[in-house]
Design a protein around this ligand. Structure first.
Ligand code: ZN
Ligand code: ZN
Length: 249
């Protein structure tokens, strides 16, 4: 099957990405993507947008040229196990991804695990982005059990071992196997830094296949499933998207 939803993308708001939001919409129209999340990096990274980028995402229409655009962030996890975005801004967003990034120098598996558990338990994160990153080893069993308990999705990232985080494919397969056993919600993200990569999930699909993980727990199989998941996380229903997608269900 083809996935019509991509829950992880970056725009020129980060200077290490190369397409505008409009170009992503155009790409979505051209390739049959029905919904995507714009999730630029939280303000701590050196070339990340100012926090106003996120607070002003409310100007982005819910549906543009028949494509649903979720207002999101890929927040950075701090050394205290917090997020680098204030609550009053985070609460305006539709989807919050979080990950360990270069703002945090790797320490050890125990400490990385502690930070991820803290972030999951905070209730502020919907999706743990690229948990298979080789640079930041974690205890997969412990993190996925906690994510399952708190209804936080685990991302199988399609750029990992393709565009970034090389050598992490086997880690992603290990994670997907545990997700299959525990029944974690799984989110697919291209982590596109250019519009042409939107919805390119070849690596994610390979990980799912290598792990024997079916699509039942993958939230991206339809826009409605994504909306169900976000509402189950406590986000307010997005009326315009619900109305738009209802006839297609
Ligand atoms: Zn990332
Ligand atoms: Zn990213």
């Amino acid at each position: 099957m083809r996935f019509q939803v991509d829950l992880h993308t970056h725009t020129v708001a980060c200077s290490h990405a190369y397409s505008t939001l409009g170009e992503y919409v155009e790409q979505a129209v051209d390739t049959g993507i029905a919904m995507f999340a714009t999730t630029d990096h939280g303000p701590t990274l050196a070339d990340a947008p100012h926090k106003w980028h996120f607070s002003n995402l409310t100007v982005v229409p819910r549906i543009i040229r028949n494509v649903a655009v979720l207002r999101g962030i890929e927040a950075n996890i701090t050394e205290d196990g917090a997020l680098d975005i204030e609550d009053y801004i985070r609460e305006k967003l539709d989807i919050v991804l979080a990950a360990l990034h270069s703002n945090y120098t790797p320490t050890n598996e125990k400490e990385h695990t502690r930070l991820l558990i803290k972030v999951i338990e905070s209730g502020k994160v919907d999706v743990l982005a690229h948990p298979g990153a080789r640079l930041y080893p974690i205890d997969y069993e412990e993190v996925l059990a906690c994510a399952k308990e708190h209804n936080v999705a685990i991302e199988i990232n399609a750029s990992t071992s393709v565009n970034a985080r090389f050598g992490s494919h086997d880690n992603c397969v290990k994670i997907a196997k545990i997700a299959a056993r525990l029944g974690n919600a799984v989110s697919l993200g291209s982590d596109a830094h250019i519009a042409s990569f939107l919805g390119c999930f070849d690596e994610s699909i390979k990980v799912l296949e290598d792990a024997g993980l079916g699509y039942e727990n993958v939230i991206n199989t339809s826009p409605a499933k994504v909306l169900d998941f976000l509402e189950s996380r406590g986000h307010a229903p997005i009326k315009e998207m619900r109305e738009y997608f209802t006839p297609f269900q």
